[in-house]
Unconditional design. Structure first.
Length: 499
């Protein structure tokens, strides 16, 4: 985890806010930072309500988006159509990340969530109207513009949902005491696991048993229910201060200043991006490997079952937290994740692959929650939306890049090599025999790269700086407004690395 930002990232632990104030004058950085935002009485109960309504909205959006992909492929057998849909989704998530973060910082979080819900619902209603007016036969004809218009509108409704997710991350700071941030982020990971599980199992079943029309109708109903629930929630929050001067719609400069103001924070985001680059290997090749071991009818069910790992991992964080230094926790678990990724395909055994995927998914909430917990403590509340949006833009763009690169390499070079006598003679002792030894070779080295990146990160100045700044931030303000004792670190000592 190098320190690529130069000046601002070289802030020493003993004076993090003094340097930060100079670097972030345009983004309204308060001297106290984000950690001392008042956690109001009953704030955690309000957060749980926000989390529930966001969970319903996320599950519904994922359910419909995956159903569109399944329906398009089943009806057209076009890999091009599904590839364009998936690629466009990830690209738009990356492109709109910083815009969404800017919007979250400039408006009340409840208002942002309501706007997100209205746009998503409007998009789904337009799709429903198109379904009724044009019929399925017209909509599924790839030679006509209607399919692409239908998919684009649905895509817009799905992408705008990420505005609500960024707002959710900032409500942790707003509503939950800092010592409970990791636990709250663990609950978020549990919700994400539930969304993945429901999507994996029920989207395909819904399209197969009910058809795309009724699937769309169900999505509209649950989107309405989530919106109505959000309407009755009251989030205690003040109106964000207006910027001193007219700011651009996408505040790229402000986002960069907010990130670079905290020593080592850009390096953390860069590390997460590199981790996602390696994760793109698994995104591209996990399904093909699974489909060599299991019938297609069972593969979605297996993914749904292994997604319980998300729920368990998130639940454990919600119970026990992430330790004194979440950055150290994250790097250690990335190394464990790399070891799992290297070993769960060393033999072409179905049970080994299932257990490996399940354990891998148990670790994902730890990685995600660690990054969120750090940002929520070291970044002032007023700029957290931009930082989360900045991070989302970088990290969402990373995995598809690797996926697009590794898929042709595996298809045209690595898999044929492993099917040859030379490949089997060279690697057979390690990877055994089977149909998908080429994919297993890719997984093995991707895991090794993940371990090396995390190990090198431990040695960097950025790791030590950001760890010290995290530990040095004060504890949360109690509900009665009496400041709690500050928590100070001994910069450079072993305390900073304590779990």
């Amino acid at each position: 985890m190098t320190d690529p930002t130069g000046g601002p990232s070289a802030v020493t632990p003993s004076e993090p806010r003094a340097a930060a104030s100079d670097a972030t004058a345009e983004v309204d950085v308060s001297e106290a930072g984000g950690a001392t935002e008042l956690a109001p009485p009953g704030g955690e109960r309000v957060f749980l309500q926000v989390l529930i309504t966001t969970a319903v909205a996320n599950v519904t959006t994922s359910y419909l988006w995956f159903a569109l992909t399944f329906w398009a492929y089943l009806e057209t057998q076009s890999v091009l159509a599904t590839g364009l849909i998936g690629g466009a989704y990830m690209l738009l998530i990356a492109l709109f990340g910083m815009l969404f973060g800017t919007v979250v910082d400039r408006h009340r979080k409840h208002r942002v969530m309501l706007v997100s819900g209205v746009i998503t619902l409007a998009a789904f209603l337009v799709c429903g109207a198109m379904w009724i007016a044009l019929g399925e036969d017209a909509l599924i004809d790839l030679g006509q513009p209607w399919f692409w218009l239908f998919a684009t509108v649905l895509l817009a409704g799905a992408v705008i949902e990420n505005l609500r997710n960024i707002a959710l991350s900032t409500t942790v700071t707003l509503l939950v005491p800092v010592e409970r941030h990791a636990n709250a982020n663990g609950l978020v990971g549990t919700v994400q696991g539930m969304a993945f599980m429901v999507t994996s199992i029920f989207s395909g079943l819904s399209v197969g048993l009910l058809g795309m029309g009724w699937t769309l109708a169900l999505a509209i109903v649950f989107t309405v229910l989530a919106f109505l629930h959000l309407l009755i929630i009251r989030i205690p929050e003040r109106e964000p201060a207006a910027p001193a001067e007219k700011a651009p719609l996408i505040d790229l400069r402000g986002s960069w200043r907010a990130v670079s103001a905290v020593g080592g924070l850009f390096a953390l985001i860069l590390f997460s991006m590199l981790n996602n680059l390696v994760g793109g290997v698994y995104m591209a090749l996990m399904d093909p490997y699974g489909l060599t071991l299991f019938p297609v009818e069972w593969w979605g069910v297996i993914l749904g079952i292994t997604a319980t790992g998300f729920i368990i991992g998130g639940g454990l964080i919600a119970k026990f937290g992430l330790g004194r230094n979440p950055i150290r926790t994250m790097l250690l678990f990335v190394m464990v994740m790399g070891a799992l990724g290297s070993l769960f395909t060393v033999r072409e055994w179905g049970w080994l692959y299932i257990v490996g995927i399940w354990a891998y998914m148990c670790l994902i909430p730890v990685i995600e929650a660690s990054e969120q917990t750090v940002i929520q403590k070291v970044v002032p509340y007023e700029t957290q939306g931009r930082v989360f949006g900045f991070a989302q833009a970088f990290e969402a763009a990373a995995a598809p890049v690797t996926a697009f690169l590794i898929a042709p390499l595996a298809q045209f070079w690595i898999i044929p090599y492993m099917n040859s006598d030379a490949g089997r003679d060279t690697w057979g002792w390690l990877l055994g025999d089977g149909e998908a030894r080429g994919i297993a070779l890719v997984f093995f080295f991707a895991g090794i790269v993940m371990i090396v990146i995390a190990a090198l990160a431990f040695t960097t100045k950025a790791y030590r700086t950001l760890s010290a700044e995290y530990v040095d931030q004060p504890a949360s303000v109690p509900a009665d407004g009496t400041p709690a004792p500050a928590v100070h670190s001994r910069a450079g000592s072993a305390d900073v690395d304590g779990a």
